[in-house]
Design a protein around this ligand. Structure first.
Ligand SMILES: Nc1ncnc2c1ncn2[C@@H]1O[C@H](COP(=O)(O)OP(=O)(O)OP(=O)(O)O)[C@@H](O)[C@H]1O
Length: 604
């Protein structure tokens, strides 16, 4: 079985009622409009329900049967005129109110959907990186788009319509019982098995729909993976293989969708004939009563009109019910995301405050830090070191030794499993995340760029003037590169910056960090993508930038870190050597052998 579906099955403890309550806050925010929608239901349903009564009165009038006292004093012709007028009034009321109410319902629905979408976005962007490690992007996108859309549909076309139908059914039931209880009982008795059938099919529909949505997520995840990795897909000629995989998932999806269609159609089919059947039953039973002179023709006519009016809302109700079920599936899936705890939160009393920039020192201390991405597979073991203010420290070690993990912990993208990390003597868990990240500037090997222009990719939503941006670019020696772009600082960059080379992206990342003037700088293979000429240029700028700042540098090319104050050597998550370049060379340990190997390679 697909692991995603099995995990979903375990996670279905939330009852429909609880799911429904999730929507209450959104409904509350749109209270006014919602109440108006409900109020409009009253004239709508009443106008619909009295129409058969009016027609019944007309029949009674013609057949000289008992009529409303109101009509008793009029001639047949005048009585018919009054009844036609009344019928016209009900028709006009319905016409006017159906349009108005329909508009309002759509409006409220869209507003609530938009609010849910916003909340989901905020929540998703606050989740810890750990969540994204285990959640494919395509799945999240499905939830943020088509699930929210399905929910929107419930609001805009379904939910209030269902209330309308229930209300209409209730009004009709009351009226028919007041008119003739035997025929009324007969109709209501017929409602019961039909309702049972609907409930059965809708439950089946719900299950099928949940699975279909899961398959859609898998489909989207696959699609997203293939689009993002299109380069690798084509280079390794995986098109056919991946198409096959995609086709399989697509088939599974269609198979599940087929099931939903079957259950949906089953409900419609059941209800299709039931209204006609109800008329037949009323005619038969009513005919018997009329012959026994226990029922007037007028009332029989009313019941013949009431029968479809009772079952039609039920049919509409059932049709919407499938949509409502789809909506419940959507809320369930949206709640899954909204219930995902925000693992890394600011402490409630984030009293910790780093000193203002002039006074802060930029000291970093790891105290017996252990860390595992999952379970107890520790990738960092008992790290215990202090980086003094202004010190430049390099992290060195074989691939997978845990260098980047140290950075992720320092920036609090993950939290240590054991031990603690202090910046300027304050546990980073006690610092507001925004403050921590303002003090640490990170330059990664693969800088991510957002769709927008160069300026906004440097300022990243903060209010820096163009002068400040230009100054930051100059200070990191990247100004000339930016000015060479077609529109300079206004050049539009595409999502993920695919119109820039990796090296160019990295150059922008330097300006992005420099403008923030962080006290601590982290460079993770930051110059790896640059050509030698550019690297020298950047290195000079970097030396300036690093002055008076604490720095952690990760570099595989050991020649680039020879001048740092201290080198920490890691092996399988453990700190095994520490000292200056010369000291480590004389120790003749892992560093020395790595360095000598590289030197050998360079000589070649
Ligand atoms: N998101 C993750 N989930 C699970 N394990 C991870 C994750 N990221 C890294 N690891 C594991 O943690 C270990 C350390 O990874 P890390 O990226 O810190 O190494 P590194 O020293 O920076 O390597 P490199 O020099 O290749 O960049 C590796 O064994 C890796 O498999």
């Amino acid at each position: 079985m697909n692991p995603s579906t099995s995990s979903v099955k375990q996670r279905r403890p939330e009852s429909d009622w609880k799911l429904f309550l999730r929507l209450v806050p959104y409904a509350r925010r749109n209270q006014g409009l919602l109440i108006l929608c409900f109020v409009l239901l009253i004239p709508l349903s009443l106008a619909g329900a009295v129409q058969p009564l009016i027609v019944g009165q007309a029949v009674s009038l013609i057949r000289q049967e008992e009529v409303w006292p109101l009509l008793a004093n009029f001639s047949v012709a005048n009585g018919l005129n009054i009844l036609s007028g009344l019928l016209l009034v009900t028709v006009i009321i319905r016409l006017l109110f159906v349009g108005w109410q329909g508009y309002l319902v759509q409006k409220v629905g869209q507003q609530m959907t938009a609010e849910i979408r916003n909340d989901l976005f905020d929540h998703v962007t606050s989740l810890a990186v750990r969540f994204f490690d285990r959640t494919p992007v395509g799945k999240l996108i499905t939830r943020l788009t088509s699930d929210v859309e399905a929910l929107g549909e419930v609001f805009s076309t379904g939910a209030i319509g269902i209330l309308n139908d229930i209300f209409t059914i209730a009004v009709i039931i009351v009226i028919i019982f007041l008119r003739q209880w035997q025929l009324a009982s007969l109709l209501v008795l017929m409602l019961l098995p039909v309702t049972a059938v609907i409930i059965y099919f809708q439950q089946q529909y719900r299950k099928a729909n949940y699975k279909a949505r899961e398959e859609l997520s898998v489909l989207n995840a696959q699609l997203q993976e293939n689009i993002v990795g299109i380069g690798v897909v084509q280079l390794f000629r995986r098109e056919r293989f991946n198409s096959e995989l995609f086709r399989n998932t697509n088939n599974k999806y269609i198979h599940e969708v087929d099931k939903t269609i079957f259950h949906d159609s089953a409900v419609s089919a059941t209800l299709e004939w039931i209204a006609l059947f109800a008329i037949a039953v009323v005619l038969w039973a009513g005919g018997v009563l009329v012959m026994r002179e226990e029922l007037s023709f007028g009332i029989l006519a009313e019941f013949i009109l009431f029968a479809p009016r009772l079952f039609d809302p039920l049919r509409r109700f059932a049709e919407k019910f499938t949509m409502l079920q789809a909506g419940f599936t959507a809320i369930e899936r949206i709640s899954d995301v909204l219930n995902e705890p925000i693992e890394i939160r600011d402490a409630v009393d984030s009293k910790g405050q780093l000193a203002e920039s002039s006074a802060q020192s930029g000291e970093i201390r790891f105290e017996q830090v252990w860390f595992a991405y999952k379970g107890d597979e520790y990738v960092l073991k008992n790290l215990d070191f202090t980086i003094r203010p202004g010190e430049k420290v390099a992290l060195v070690g074989p691939t997978g030794a845990g260098k980047s993990s140290i950075i992720r912990l320092l920036c609090r993208l993950y939290e240590p499993t054991k031990g603690r990390i202090l910046v300027d003597g304050i546990d980073i868990r006690d610092l507001p995340q925004s403050e921590l990240r303002r003090h640490i500037g990170v330059i990664l090997q693969d800088g991510f760029l957002f769709a927008g222009d160069v300026k906004s990719n440097i300022s990243l939503g903060e209010r820096y003037s163009l002068e400040q941006i230009q100054k930051a670019a100059q200070s990191t020696n990247v100004a000339s590169f930016i000015e060479d772009l077609p529109q300079g600082y206004d050049t539009q960059l595409r999502e993920r910056g695919t119109n820039l080379s990796s090296g160019q992206k990295q150059l922008l990342a330097f300006a992005r960090v420099a403008i923030r003037e962080p006290k601590i700088l982290v460079l993770d293979e930051a110059t790896a993508n640059l050509d030698v000429g550019t690297e020298v240029l950047i290195q000079t700028a970097l030396d300036q930038l690093l002055e008076e700042r604490t720095a952690i540098i990760i570099a595989h090319r050991l020649s680039t870190i020879r001048n740092v104050d201290r080198i920490l050597v890691l092996k399988r998550g453990e700190l095994i050597e520490s000292g200056s370049h010369e000291e480590l060379l004389t120790q003749n340990g892992l560093y020395a052998s790595l360095y000598n190997l590289q030197a050998l390679g360079d000589v070649k």
